[in-house]
Design a protein around this ligand. Structure first.
Ligand code: FAD
Length: 308
């Protein structure tokens, strides 16, 4: 019940001001977003890759209102690529981007987002890595998939995300499960209406398994984005049945969530990629993490009360 309320709050400017200014917020935020700048994040990249993990880096900041902010987002990713170049980690560290941050919701947003994201994808390719386009709310997805298709003409390794809670996703998965494609499947983190999305956890989980089967049996490279132990076992079984070797799919989890499991899967010989977010505009990302697990919200609320 709490999840949808928190997701509604994630769109509220008043809540953003209140929560961002609370004295204890930073401590709780650090669990999920372990740095504000590229300089903060380099030691984390070195530590996690040193432990056998792979990464996908996200510069947070989706709620932009001007084209200048979209340009700044592009430049933040280019600065990250520059730092990654020095580390020489290639595809072990890729990037995740939200097209909203590149201007997708502004006037002429589709073209603007494409123009801003293309140089990031080019720069990533030049250092031997790639970019995955995150999936945001359902109204943005036709544009995201069109940009994905456009980018793949020159950079076929560009990935995208599909969300199991949406009715449309089974068809998207069939279209995307082709040779050379990279597709991350997640349950979905936005507040979506019953006209377009399953609302019950058991329905979402069942859809996740159906879609995962399509991806595993297809020709592309599936990226299993979930912390759900049941789905992780099912993914291993589906991969085995589809005759996939450990380097023909990967698991992905978020930084700060089930970290022991990241290391366990990597130690078992799986490719395990940790989605690691950093930056100052963390509000939307943080609120989605609270919404996913009510215990996070209770912990946050208790910290506010005890310090407040
Ligand atoms: C790598 C990655 C990339 C993602 N990219 C996108 C995207 O582009 N678009 C999108 O809509 N969504 C994205 N998500 C979020 C996703 O949609 C889910 O909201 C999120 O992963 C929680 O679902 P779950 O599969 O982990 O299963 P759940 O059933 O929600 O969780 C399973 C278990 O994982 C643990 N867990 C899950 N979430 C949390 C949390 N926040 N805090 C503490 N423990 C937790 C709990 O132990 C829980 O019981 C991404 C998720 C991952 C892992």
């Amino acid at each position: 019940m709490l999840g949808p309320v928190i997701l509604a709050a994630s769109r509220s400017d008043r809540m953003r001001r209140l929560i961002s200014a609370a004295p204890v917020t930073k401590q709780v935020v650090d669990r999920f977003i372990p740095g504000e700048s590229v300089t903060d994040i380099v030691p984390i990249i070195e530590e996690l890759t040193g432990r056998g993990l792979e990464l996908t880096m996200d510069v947070v900041g989706e709620d932009i209102t001007t084209p200048e902010q979209a340009t700044a987002a592009r430049d933040a990713y280019l600065a990250l690529v520059e730092r990654l170049r020095g580390l020489g980690l290639g595809e072990r560290v890729e990037m995740s981007v939200k097209l909203s941050m590149f201007g997708q919701a502004l006037d002429g947003g589709h073209e603007l987002a494409l123009a801003n994201v293309r140089p990031v994808v080019e720069a990533a390719a030049a250092i031997g890595t790639t970019v995955t386009l995150d999936a945001e709310d359902h109204t943005t997805l036709d544009s995201m998939f069109a940009i994905h298709e456009e980018l793949r003409r020159d950079f076929p390794q560009t990935g995208c995300v599909i969300q199991a809670y949406l009715f449309r996703t089974e068809a998207d998965a069939r279209r995307l499960a082709e040779a050379g494609s990279r597709v991350r499947l997640v349950k979905g983190a936005y507040k979506e209406p019953a006209e377009v999305a399953y609302q019950q956890k058991h329905e979402i989980d069942k859809a996740y398994v159906r879609i995962l089967r399509t991806l595993m049996e297809g020709e592309g490279y599936p990226m299993v984005g979930s912390h759900d132990p049941r789905l992780i076992s099912i993914a291993q079984e589906l991969a085995r049945r589809a005759g996939r070797k450990p380097d023909e799919y990967e698991f992905q989890m978020l930084y700060g969530i089930r970290s022991d499991e990241h290391l366990r899967l990597a130690a078992e010989g799986h490719r395990m990629r940790v989605y690691t977010a950093y930056g100052t505009d963390w509000y939307g990302y943080f609120m989605r993490r609270l919404a996913e697990k009510p215990a996070n919200l209770r912990f946050f609320a208790r910290s506010m009360l005890s310090k407040g």
